[in-house]
Design a protein around this ligand. Sequence first.
Ligand code: ZN
Length: 233
Amino acid sequence: MLDRRPFREHDLRAELLLDDGDCVEVLAPSGQRSKQRFAGGLTPLALHAFAMTPTAKGLRLDEARIERAWPALHADLTRQTVALAATAFARHATGPTPGDATVFLLLGELHAQVAADAEPRATPARLVRFAFEALDHGGHAPVLDRCARCGAPAPDGALVTVDPAAGGVVCRACNGGPYRVMAADRAALRAMLRGEPDAWREGAVTIFARVIEGVSPEGAKVLARADAVFARR
Ligand SMILES: [Zn+2]
């Protein structure tokens, strides 16, 4: 469930990410009321099985049942924010990919990992990795280990600048970029992208949002909003 909003008095409009990678808009008649036909009130923090009928006005959602739920996602604001932000990221930043289930699978994996995190302090790192993998899959992986323009390597200990328009680090010879990223922050980001959530540092999600704002302005906004929630923990 990527998104849902009230429509008319009792209905809902919803946007679904299907297991074949396609995104579809559906109308759920009485969706605001019928908890029986639409299990869990169509919560976004669950995997559903949907029954839909094509009509002249588009797809009608007849029934939804929860196939898999992750109750731990409701346990605290960090987990919930990571899962919802990843869902919004999938909606805004990747779009439909019919016939390609990658983003659907990445999102499911994220839900499971976040729910299983024993201690959610480092959980925002999973959001960074999810965003990276979704962008990478679309051919827009941000570049953090070398200059995105000339390919000159960026040594691990170096303070670098990032140009969102170039999609990553830009060296001085290529005129640099508007954002500075400290060596420790870049090392932490790279570790998170490798799947090491313990590398999480405060502010990392915002730094990553800046790096990707050129290739995915909407995705960057989603990440920045999520990081504002993490910062208040
Ligand atoms: Zn360069």
